[in-house]
Design a protein. Structure first.
Length: 234
């Protein structure tokens, strides 16, 4: 019997992070160079990168809790076919993966007004010691004008729970971690080895595979007893 927790649980958010990290990995070079410690500073790049990612995960988790809380207040009154709006979150995730697979995500709205705010914050952080600069930049990551990132924040609203929203964004952040860490720690070798076209193809293929797997599992569950596509049973 299919366990619904495998559908509504954190693994789709982790997969979304993994897919999205392929979108931004090609642009991590400037950030990697920005966070690199100055020669003779006595601080390793791995330490700075670790602090950066820790700050980023904490920031994502707090944003997820805030989004889930806002969703609970603003969307809790919506009742579709006697189901909470959060019941439809897995299907919206399937749609998200399909949009990424067919490159529709490039049309996602980007809050460009945040760019100058982030630029000023980065300039101030640059005057700090590298570990503190890494922490500051990590915490400020939600200000990046990235359409897919803000789409994920929108999905966190649908959890309608601060706890689930925090879990959703934390798992998303953990999904972005493996590739971004690899790119930052081996940027020089990686940059010449993988072209942007190859990255895009890998991202689209992975997104399509996740959409199909998640969609099939959802369809199997929803056509079962008590699902959205059938009666409540006897």
């Amino acid at each position: 019997m299919l366990d619904v927790s495998s559908i509504t649980g954190p693994w789709p958010a982790f997969a979304a992070g993994l897919v999205t990290s392929l979108h931004c990995a090609g642009m991590c070079g400037p950030l990697a160079c920005y966070l690199a410690p100055k020669p003779g500073s006595g601080t390793s790049f791995s330490t700075v990168a670790g602090i950066y990612h820790a700050g980023r995960l904490v920031s994502y988790t707090l944003c997820g809790a805030l989004a889930g809380g806002l969703g609970m207040v603003a969307l809790g009154w919506i009742d579709i076919y006697q189901h909470s709006l959060s019941r439809f979150l897995p299907w919206v995730l399937v749609l998200f993966f399909l949009l990424v697979a067919f490159r529709v995500d490039k049309f996602f709205p980007k809050p460009a007004f945040l760019t100058p705010i982030l630029a000023r914050a980065q300039a101030r952080a640059n005057r700090l010691p590298r570990p503190l600069a890494g922490l500051a930049i990590g915490v400020l990551t939600p200000l990046l004008p990235c359409g897919p990132l803000y789409a994920i924040f929108g999905l966190a609203l649908m959890t309608q729970s601060p706890l689930r929203g925090a879990e959703f964004l934390l798992m998303f952040g953990l999904g972005t971690l493996p590739l971004l860490w690899a790119v930052q720690t081996a940027f020089a070798r990686w940059q010449g080895a993988v072209s942007p076209v190859t990255i895009s193809r890998i991202q689209r293929g992975l997104a399509l595979a996740v959409a199909i797997i998640l969609g099939l599992r959802l369809y199997y569950f929803e056509t079962g007893q008590g699902g959205l596509f059938c009666g409540t049973g006897m």
